[in-house]
Design a protein around this ligand. Structure first.
Ligand SMILES: Cc1cc2nc3c(=O)[nH]c(=O)nc-3n(C[C@H](O)[C@H](O)[C@H](O)COP(=O)(O)OP(=O)(O)OC[C@H]3O[C@@H](n4cnc5c(N)ncnc54)[C@H](O)[C@@H]3O)c2cc1C
Length: 433
Protein backbone atom coordinates (compact mmCIF):
# COMPACT_ATOMS: atom_id res chain seq x y z
CA UNK A 1 0.00 0.00 0.00
CA UNK A 2 1.31 3.49 -0.86
CA UNK A 3 2.49 5.76 1.90
CA UNK A 4 0.43 8.83 2.76
CA UNK A 5 3.44 10.83 4.02
CA UNK A 6 7.26 10.67 4.12
CA UNK A 7 7.13 10.96 7.90
CA UNK A 8 4.56 11.21 10.67
CA UNK A 9 5.29 12.99 13.94
CA UNK A 10 3.16 12.18 16.99
CA UNK A 11 2.75 15.12 19.39
CA UNK A 12 3.11 18.85 18.73
CA UNK A 13 5.20 19.69 21.79
CA UNK A 14 8.68 21.22 21.52
CA UNK A 15 10.16 17.94 20.24
CA UNK A 16 7.45 17.14 17.69
CA UNK A 17 7.06 20.63 16.24
CA UNK A 18 10.83 21.13 15.97
CA UNK A 19 11.11 17.80 14.16
CA UNK A 20 8.23 18.65 11.82
CA UNK A 21 9.69 22.09 10.99
CA UNK A 22 13.08 20.58 10.10
CA UNK A 23 11.50 17.76 8.07
CA UNK A 24 9.37 20.21 6.10
CA UNK A 25 12.33 22.54 5.58
CA UNK A 26 14.24 19.51 4.23
CA UNK A 27 11.51 18.90 1.65
CA UNK A 28 9.73 15.98 3.34
CA UNK A 29 5.96 15.56 3.18
CA UNK A 30 5.31 15.45 6.93
CA UNK A 31 2.18 15.02 9.04
CA UNK A 32 2.21 16.39 12.61
CA UNK A 33 -0.57 15.01 14.82
CA UNK A 34 -1.57 16.56 18.14
CA UNK A 35 -4.20 15.23 20.55
CA UNK A 36 -5.00 18.66 22.05
CA UNK A 37 -7.62 20.98 20.55
CA UNK A 38 -4.55 22.97 19.49
CA UNK A 39 -0.81 22.67 20.03
CA UNK A 40 0.09 23.74 23.56
CA UNK A 41 -3.41 23.24 24.95
CA UNK A 42 -2.28 20.18 26.92
CA UNK A 43 1.33 21.15 27.61
CA UNK A 44 2.83 22.20 30.89
CA UNK A 45 6.32 23.27 31.91
CA UNK A 46 7.77 25.34 34.75
CA UNK A 47 9.07 26.73 32.52
CA UNK A 48 12.43 28.13 31.66
CA UNK A 49 13.53 27.55 28.10
CA UNK A 50 17.31 27.34 28.23
CA UNK A 51 19.68 27.97 25.35
CA UNK A 52 19.35 28.69 21.68
CA UNK A 53 18.54 25.35 20.09
CA UNK A 54 15.84 26.86 17.87
CA UNK A 55 18.52 28.90 16.03
CA UNK A 56 19.04 25.86 13.81
CA UNK A 57 15.57 26.04 12.30
CA UNK A 58 14.15 29.46 13.19
CA UNK A 59 16.92 32.09 13.23
CA UNK A 60 14.51 34.87 14.33
CA UNK A 61 12.79 32.83 17.07
CA UNK A 62 14.01 34.98 19.99
CA UNK A 63 12.35 38.06 18.46
CA UNK A 64 9.22 36.43 17.06
CA UNK A 65 8.26 33.65 19.46
CA UNK A 66 5.88 34.64 22.28
CA UNK A 67 8.44 34.53 25.11
CA UNK A 68 7.68 35.90 28.58
CA UNK A 69 10.83 37.32 30.24
CA UNK A 70 14.56 36.79 29.84
CA UNK A 71 16.18 35.41 32.96
CA UNK A 72 18.53 37.74 34.83
CA UNK A 73 18.60 36.16 38.29
CA UNK A 74 18.19 32.78 39.88
CA UNK A 75 17.48 32.18 43.56
CA UNK A 76 18.17 28.85 45.28
CA UNK A 77 17.05 28.01 48.76
CA UNK A 78 15.58 25.70 51.35
CA UNK A 79 12.31 26.08 53.20
CA UNK A 80 11.34 24.64 56.57
CA UNK A 81 7.90 25.42 58.04
CA UNK A 82 9.28 28.37 60.05
CA UNK A 83 12.28 29.57 58.06
CA UNK A 84 14.01 29.94 54.73
CA UNK A 85 17.60 30.31 53.61
CA UNK A 86 18.42 31.31 50.05
CA UNK A 87 21.04 32.91 47.87
CA UNK A 88 20.83 34.67 44.53
CA UNK A 89 22.94 34.17 41.45
CA UNK A 90 23.24 37.30 39.28
CA UNK A 91 25.39 37.62 36.17
CA UNK A 92 25.67 40.84 34.15
CA UNK A 93 26.11 38.65 31.06
CA UNK A 94 22.53 37.43 31.55
CA UNK A 95 21.23 40.97 30.96
CA UNK A 96 22.31 41.19 27.32
CA UNK A 97 21.33 39.09 24.31
CA UNK A 98 21.66 36.32 23.42
CA UNK A 99 19.86 35.62 26.68
CA UNK A 100 20.68 32.49 28.63
CA UNK A 101 17.05 31.48 29.24
CA UNK A 102 13.48 32.73 28.85
CA UNK A 103 10.39 32.04 30.87
CA UNK A 104 7.64 30.66 28.63
CA UNK A 105 3.99 29.66 28.76
CA UNK A 106 3.55 26.56 26.64
CA UNK A 107 0.05 27.38 25.40
CA UNK A 108 1.63 30.33 23.57
CA UNK A 109 5.02 28.94 22.52
CA UNK A 110 3.74 25.58 21.31
CA UNK A 111 0.89 27.11 19.30
CA UNK A 112 3.46 29.42 17.66
CA UNK A 113 5.87 26.54 16.93
CA UNK A 114 3.10 24.46 15.34
CA UNK A 115 2.27 27.49 13.14
CA UNK A 116 5.91 27.61 12.04
CA UNK A 117 5.66 23.92 11.13
CA UNK A 118 2.62 24.69 9.01
CA UNK A 119 4.37 27.68 7.41
CA UNK A 120 7.32 25.42 6.54
CA UNK A 121 4.93 23.08 4.73
CA UNK A 122 4.01 20.43 7.30
CA UNK A 123 0.41 19.22 7.57
CA UNK A 124 -0.55 19.94 11.18
CA UNK A 125 -3.70 18.29 12.49
CA UNK A 126 -4.84 18.99 16.08
CA UNK A 127 -7.49 17.07 18.04
CA UNK A 128 -6.13 13.71 16.84
CA UNK A 129 -5.18 11.47 19.76
CA UNK A 130 -3.09 8.78 18.10
CA UNK A 131 -4.12 5.36 19.46
CA UNK A 132 -0.97 3.47 18.56
CA UNK A 133 1.69 2.93 15.96
CA UNK A 134 0.73 0.76 12.98
CA UNK A 135 3.06 -2.22 13.34
CA UNK A 136 3.94 -4.74 10.65
CA UNK A 137 5.80 -7.21 12.80
CA UNK A 138 8.42 -5.08 14.53
CA UNK A 139 8.37 -2.39 11.82
CA UNK A 140 6.40 0.81 12.40
CA UNK A 141 4.45 1.82 9.29
CA UNK A 142 2.64 4.91 10.53
CA UNK A 143 -0.11 5.45 13.09
CA UNK A 144 -3.63 4.31 13.86
CA UNK A 145 -6.33 6.65 15.10
CA UNK A 146 -9.99 5.82 15.47
CA UNK A 147 -9.56 2.69 13.33
CA UNK A 148 -7.92 4.62 10.50
CA UNK A 149 -4.29 3.99 9.51
CA UNK A 150 -2.09 6.80 8.24
CA UNK A 151 0.98 5.36 6.61
CA UNK A 152 4.58 6.57 6.47
CA UNK A 153 7.96 4.82 6.35
CA UNK A 154 9.15 6.80 9.40
CA UNK A 155 7.27 7.79 12.53
CA UNK A 156 8.78 10.09 15.14
CA UNK A 157 7.26 9.43 18.56
CA UNK A 158 7.23 12.74 20.48
CA UNK A 159 4.12 12.40 22.61
CA UNK A 160 5.75 13.33 25.91
CA UNK A 161 6.22 11.56 29.25
CA UNK A 162 4.02 8.53 29.90
CA UNK A 163 3.85 8.07 26.11
CA UNK A 164 0.75 6.08 25.28
CA UNK A 165 2.18 5.29 21.86
CA UNK A 166 5.44 3.85 23.25
CA UNK A 167 4.36 1.91 26.35
CA UNK A 168 3.98 -1.81 25.75
CA UNK A 169 5.73 -1.69 22.34
CA UNK A 170 9.36 -2.37 21.33
CA UNK A 171 10.05 1.27 22.35
CA UNK A 172 9.08 0.63 25.97
CA UNK A 173 8.08 -3.00 26.37
CA UNK A 174 6.94 -2.48 29.98
CA UNK A 175 3.28 -1.37 30.34
CA UNK A 176 4.02 1.58 32.66
CA UNK A 177 6.79 3.99 33.61
CA UNK A 178 9.18 3.03 36.37
CA UNK A 179 8.12 4.76 39.60
CA UNK A 180 11.72 5.41 40.48
CA UNK A 181 12.32 7.69 37.50
CA UNK A 182 8.93 9.40 37.59
CA UNK A 183 8.11 12.74 39.14
CA UNK A 184 4.82 14.55 39.52
CA UNK A 185 4.76 18.23 38.59
CA UNK A 186 1.91 20.40 39.88
CA UNK A 187 1.78 23.97 38.66
CA UNK A 188 -0.31 27.10 39.16
CA UNK A 189 -0.22 30.39 37.25
CA UNK A 190 -1.07 33.70 38.97
CA UNK A 191 -1.89 36.97 37.28
CA UNK A 192 -0.11 40.10 38.50
CA UNK A 193 0.54 43.39 36.66
CA UNK A 194 3.87 43.52 34.85
CA UNK A 195 4.82 46.68 36.78
CA UNK A 196 4.12 45.01 40.14
CA UNK A 197 6.17 41.97 39.13
CA UNK A 198 9.06 44.23 38.17
CA UNK A 199 8.83 46.24 41.39
CA UNK A 200 8.44 43.16 43.62
CA UNK A 201 11.33 41.23 42.11
CA UNK A 202 13.52 44.27 41.35
CA UNK A 203 13.49 43.71 37.59
CA UNK A 204 13.82 45.99 34.61
CA UNK A 205 11.23 45.79 31.80
CA UNK A 206 11.30 42.33 30.21
CA UNK A 207 13.67 40.92 32.84
CA UNK A 208 12.85 37.74 34.69
CA UNK A 209 13.56 36.14 38.05
CA UNK A 210 13.47 32.43 38.89
CA UNK A 211 13.51 30.52 42.17
CA UNK A 212 14.17 26.85 42.98
CA UNK A 213 13.50 25.62 46.52
CA UNK A 214 14.25 22.40 48.35
CA UNK A 215 11.11 21.81 50.35
CA UNK A 216 11.53 20.67 53.94
CA UNK A 217 7.81 21.29 54.47
CA UNK A 218 6.25 17.87 54.26
CA UNK A 219 5.93 14.73 56.39
CA UNK A 220 9.18 12.71 56.58
CA UNK A 221 9.81 10.71 53.42
CA UNK A 222 8.01 13.11 51.06
CA UNK A 223 10.61 14.54 48.68
CA UNK A 224 9.83 17.58 46.58
CA UNK A 225 11.22 20.82 45.22
CA UNK A 226 9.39 24.05 44.45
CA UNK A 227 9.80 26.62 41.70
CA UNK A 228 8.63 30.16 41.01
CA UNK A 229 9.21 31.89 37.67
CA UNK A 230 8.12 35.37 36.59
CA UNK A 231 6.33 35.77 33.26
CA UNK A 232 5.21 38.98 31.52
CA UNK A 233 2.14 39.55 33.70
CA UNK A 234 1.87 36.23 35.49
CA UNK A 235 3.87 34.13 37.95
CA UNK A 236 4.29 30.38 37.47
CA UNK A 237 4.63 28.45 40.71
CA UNK A 238 4.75 24.74 41.35
CA UNK A 239 6.11 21.67 43.03
CA UNK A 240 7.87 18.65 41.55
CA UNK A 241 7.67 15.58 43.78
CA UNK A 242 9.18 12.14 43.71
CA UNK A 243 6.19 9.95 42.85
CA UNK A 244 7.25 7.02 45.00
CA UNK A 245 7.55 9.25 48.05
CA UNK A 246 3.86 10.17 47.69
CA UNK A 247 2.73 6.56 47.98
CA UNK A 248 1.15 5.78 51.32
CA UNK A 249 -0.72 9.09 51.25
CA UNK A 250 1.46 11.01 53.74
CA UNK A 251 0.23 14.11 51.91
CA UNK A 252 -2.42 14.52 49.19
CA UNK A 253 -1.02 15.87 45.90
CA UNK A 254 -3.01 19.14 46.09
CA UNK A 255 -1.45 19.95 49.49
CA UNK A 256 2.01 19.95 47.93
CA UNK A 257 1.49 23.33 46.28
CA UNK A 258 -0.76 24.59 49.08
CA UNK A 259 1.96 24.26 51.72
CA UNK A 260 4.58 25.73 49.40
CA UNK A 261 2.56 28.81 48.53
CA UNK A 262 1.39 29.36 52.12
CA UNK A 263 4.98 29.57 53.36
CA UNK A 264 5.51 33.19 54.47
CA UNK A 265 8.47 33.63 52.08
CA UNK A 266 6.47 32.49 49.06
CA UNK A 267 3.16 34.05 50.17
CA UNK A 268 4.82 37.46 50.10
CA UNK A 269 5.89 36.92 46.48
CA UNK A 270 2.29 36.14 45.51
CA UNK A 271 0.54 38.92 47.45
CA UNK A 272 -2.30 40.41 45.40
CA UNK A 273 -1.90 37.87 42.58
CA UNK A 274 -4.93 36.00 41.24
CA UNK A 275 -4.94 32.29 40.36
CA UNK A 276 -5.76 31.88 36.66
CA UNK A 277 -4.61 28.38 35.72
CA UNK A 278 -3.46 25.11 37.23
CA UNK A 279 -2.41 21.69 36.02
CA UNK A 280 -0.39 18.58 36.78
CA UNK A 281 1.87 16.42 34.66
CA UNK A 282 4.26 13.51 34.99
CA UNK A 283 7.95 13.92 34.27
CA UNK A 284 10.21 10.99 33.49
CA UNK A 285 13.72 12.24 33.83
CA UNK A 286 17.24 10.98 33.52
CA UNK A 287 19.06 7.93 32.27
CA UNK A 288 16.88 5.51 34.25
CA UNK A 289 13.85 6.60 32.22
CA UNK A 290 15.37 6.00 28.79
CA UNK A 291 13.42 3.70 26.47
CA UNK A 292 14.55 0.19 25.45
CA UNK A 293 15.96 1.80 22.30
CA UNK A 294 15.95 5.26 20.73
CA UNK A 295 15.18 3.91 17.25
CA UNK A 296 13.99 0.79 15.47
CA UNK A 297 12.58 -0.25 12.11
CA UNK A 298 10.53 2.74 10.96
CA UNK A 299 10.57 4.68 14.23
CA UNK A 300 12.51 7.20 16.30
CA UNK A 301 11.64 8.53 19.75
CA UNK A 302 12.45 12.08 20.93
CA UNK A 303 11.93 14.48 23.83
CA UNK A 304 10.15 13.43 27.02
CA UNK A 305 8.88 10.27 25.33
CA UNK A 306 12.55 9.19 25.42
CA UNK A 307 13.14 10.49 28.98
CA UNK A 308 15.32 13.44 27.91
CA UNK A 309 14.74 15.64 30.96
CA UNK A 310 17.77 16.67 32.97
CA UNK A 311 16.97 17.70 36.50
CA UNK A 312 19.41 17.94 39.42
CA UNK A 313 17.57 20.14 41.88
CA UNK A 314 19.27 23.33 40.64
CA UNK A 315 18.00 23.30 37.06
CA UNK A 316 15.35 21.40 35.14
CA UNK A 317 15.97 21.23 31.41
CA UNK A 318 13.61 19.31 29.20
CA UNK A 319 12.40 21.72 26.53
CA UNK A 320 15.90 22.33 25.15
CA UNK A 321 16.55 18.58 24.97
CA UNK A 322 13.15 18.09 23.35
CA UNK A 323 14.10 20.56 20.61
CA UNK A 324 17.58 19.10 20.16
CA UNK A 325 16.47 15.48 20.03
CA UNK A 326 13.53 16.38 17.76
CA UNK A 327 16.00 18.02 15.37
CA UNK A 328 18.42 15.07 15.44
CA UNK A 329 15.50 12.70 14.77
CA UNK A 330 14.42 14.88 11.82
CA UNK A 331 17.95 14.98 10.34
CA UNK A 332 18.11 11.19 10.63
CA UNK A 333 14.70 10.83 8.97
CA UNK A 334 15.74 13.14 6.11
CA UNK A 335 18.89 11.08 5.47
CA UNK A 336 16.82 7.87 5.56
CA UNK A 337 14.32 9.36 3.11
CA UNK A 338 17.14 10.26 0.72
CA UNK A 339 18.48 6.69 0.98
CA UNK A 340 14.97 5.13 0.64
CA UNK A 341 15.81 3.08 3.71
CA UNK A 342 14.00 3.36 7.04
CA UNK A 343 15.44 0.19 8.56
CA UNK A 344 16.76 0.14 12.12
CA UNK A 345 20.28 -0.11 10.71
CA UNK A 346 19.81 3.13 8.78
CA UNK A 347 18.02 4.94 11.62
CA UNK A 348 20.90 4.01 13.97
CA UNK A 349 22.33 7.31 12.74
CA UNK A 350 20.02 8.94 15.31
CA UNK A 351 21.87 7.37 18.22
CA UNK A 352 25.19 8.30 16.63
CA UNK A 353 23.94 11.89 16.36
CA UNK A 354 22.78 11.91 19.99
CA UNK A 355 26.22 10.62 20.93
CA UNK A 356 28.16 13.14 18.79
CA UNK A 357 26.12 16.07 20.04
CA UNK A 358 26.87 15.12 23.66
CA UNK A 359 23.19 14.62 24.50
CA UNK A 360 23.58 10.98 25.53
CA UNK A 361 26.68 11.80 27.58
CA UNK A 362 24.69 14.48 29.47
CA UNK A 363 22.38 11.74 30.70
CA UNK A 364 24.71 8.73 30.94
CA UNK A 365 27.37 10.67 32.89
CA UNK A 366 24.77 11.73 35.43
CA UNK A 367 23.06 8.36 35.68
CA UNK A 368 23.36 8.36 39.48
CA UNK A 369 21.92 11.83 39.95
CA UNK A 370 18.66 10.48 41.38
CA UNK A 371 20.50 8.91 44.32
CA UNK A 372 21.51 12.39 45.44
CA UNK A 373 18.41 14.24 44.32
CA UNK A 374 16.10 11.81 46.03
CA UNK A 375 18.06 11.35 49.25
CA UNK A 376 15.39 11.86 51.96
CA UNK A 377 17.85 13.74 54.20
CA UNK A 378 17.92 16.61 51.69
CA UNK A 379 14.23 17.22 52.47
CA UNK A 380 14.33 16.85 56.25
CA UNK A 381 17.64 16.97 58.05
CA UNK A 382 19.60 19.31 55.76
CA UNK A 383 16.99 22.08 55.50
CA UNK A 384 16.86 21.97 59.33
CA UNK A 385 20.68 22.07 59.44
CA UNK A 386 20.93 25.09 57.12
CA UNK A 387 18.13 27.09 58.73
CA UNK A 388 19.30 26.40 62.32
CA UNK A 389 22.86 27.38 61.42
CA UNK A 390 21.83 30.66 59.84
CA UNK A 391 19.44 31.45 62.63
CA UNK A 392 22.16 31.15 65.26
CA UNK A 393 24.68 32.98 63.07
CA UNK A 394 22.36 35.90 62.46
CA UNK A 395 20.47 35.94 65.76
CA UNK A 396 22.99 35.02 68.45
CA UNK A 397 20.62 36.05 71.27
CA UNK A 398 21.68 37.75 74.51
CA UNK A 399 24.03 35.03 75.77
CA UNK A 400 27.75 34.68 75.17
CA UNK A 401 28.98 34.50 71.56
CA UNK A 402 29.76 31.00 70.25
CA UNK A 403 32.42 30.25 67.64
CA UNK A 404 31.38 28.90 64.22
CA UNK A 405 32.52 25.35 64.98
CA UNK A 406 30.11 25.25 67.94
CA UNK A 407 27.27 26.67 65.90
CA UNK A 408 27.96 24.01 63.27
CA UNK A 409 27.85 21.29 65.92
CA UNK A 410 24.59 22.66 67.30
CA UNK A 411 23.03 22.82 63.82
CA UNK A 412 24.15 19.27 63.18
CA UNK A 413 22.55 18.15 66.44
CA UNK A 414 19.32 19.97 65.51
CA UNK A 415 19.30 18.14 62.18
CA UNK A 416 19.82 14.74 63.82
CA UNK A 417 22.46 13.73 61.23
CA UNK A 418 25.75 12.13 62.29
CA UNK A 419 29.02 13.59 60.99
CA UNK A 420 29.81 10.40 59.12
CA UNK A 421 26.49 10.49 57.24
CA UNK A 422 26.95 14.17 56.45
CA UNK A 423 30.39 13.50 55.02
CA UNK A 424 29.18 10.50 53.01
CA UNK A 425 26.26 12.49 51.55
CA UNK A 426 28.61 15.37 50.70
CA UNK A 427 31.04 13.04 48.92
CA UNK A 428 28.20 11.35 47.04
CA UNK A 429 26.89 14.75 45.89
CA UNK A 430 30.38 15.74 44.72
CA UNK A 431 30.69 12.51 42.75
CA UNK A 432 27.25 12.27 41.18
CA UNK A 433 25.97 15.82 40.65
C1 LIG B 1 5.97 21.01 36.33
C2 LIG B 1 7.00 20.94 35.25
C3 LIG B 1 8.00 21.89 35.19
C4 LIG B 1 8.96 21.84 34.18
N1 LIG B 1 9.87 22.84 34.11
C5 LIG B 1 10.72 22.87 33.06
C6 LIG B 1 11.59 23.99 32.88
O1 LIG B 1 11.55 24.96 33.63
N2 LIG B 1 12.44 23.95 31.83
C7 LIG B 1 12.48 22.92 30.94
O2 LIG B 1 13.27 22.96 29.98
N3 LIG B 1 11.67 21.86 31.09
C8 LIG B 1 10.79 21.82 32.12
N4 LIG B 1 9.92 20.76 32.25
C9 LIG B 1 10.05 19.64 31.31
C10 LIG B 1 9.46 20.02 29.97
O3 LIG B 1 8.12 20.43 30.14
C11 LIG B 1 9.49 18.82 29.02
O4 LIG B 1 10.77 18.27 28.98
C12 LIG B 1 9.08 19.23 27.60
O5 LIG B 1 7.77 19.70 27.61
C13 LIG B 1 9.20 18.03 26.67
O6 LIG B 1 8.69 18.34 25.41
P1 LIG B 1 8.09 17.20 24.49
O7 LIG B 1 7.75 17.85 23.20
O8 LIG B 1 9.00 16.04 24.47
O9 LIG B 1 6.80 16.71 25.24
P2 LIG B 1 5.47 17.50 25.59
O10 LIG B 1 5.75 18.93 25.83
O11 LIG B 1 4.81 16.73 26.69
O12 LIG B 1 4.63 17.40 24.27
C14 LIG B 1 4.03 16.19 23.87
C15 LIG B 1 2.87 16.51 22.96
O13 LIG B 1 2.31 15.30 22.49
C16 LIG B 1 0.89 15.38 22.58
N5 LIG B 1 0.38 14.01 22.67
C17 LIG B 1 0.46 13.16 23.72
N6 LIG B 1 -0.10 11.99 23.42
C18 LIG B 1 -0.54 12.09 22.14
C19 LIG B 1 -1.21 11.20 21.27
N7 LIG B 1 -1.52 9.97 21.66
N8 LIG B 1 -1.51 11.63 20.03
C20 LIG B 1 -1.19 12.90 19.60
N9 LIG B 1 -0.56 13.77 20.41
C21 LIG B 1 -0.23 13.38 21.66
C22 LIG B 1 0.65 16.22 23.82
O14 LIG B 1 -0.64 16.79 23.84
C23 LIG B 1 1.75 17.25 23.68
O15 LIG B 1 1.34 18.34 22.88
C24 LIG B 1 8.94 20.79 33.24
C25 LIG B 1 7.95 19.82 33.30
C26 LIG B 1 6.97 19.90 34.27
C27 LIG B 1 5.88 18.88 34.30
Amino acid sequence: MADDFDAIVVGAGMAGSSAAIRLAQGGANVLLLERGAEAGAKNLSGGLLWGHDLDRILPAWSREMPLERHLVRKRFGVLTPERSVSFDFDDVGWRTPPYVAHSVLRARTDAWLAKQAEAAGATVVPAVPVDRLAWEGTTARGVVQGGETMRAPITIVADGANSRVALGTPIRPQPRLSEEATELGVKEVYRLDASRIEERFQLGPGEGHAEEWVLGLYPPGVMAGGFLYTNRDTISLGVIANVRSLFGGAIPAHDLVERFKQHPTIRAALAGAELVEYGAKLISSGWASRPAAFHGDGWLVAGDAAGFVFSNGLVIQGMNYAIRTGLEAAETALAARAAHDASAARLAEYEARLERSGILADFRDFARIDRVKWNPRFYTAYPRFATSLFRSLLDPGDGPKRPLRRLLREAQRASGVRSRTLLADGLEALRDL
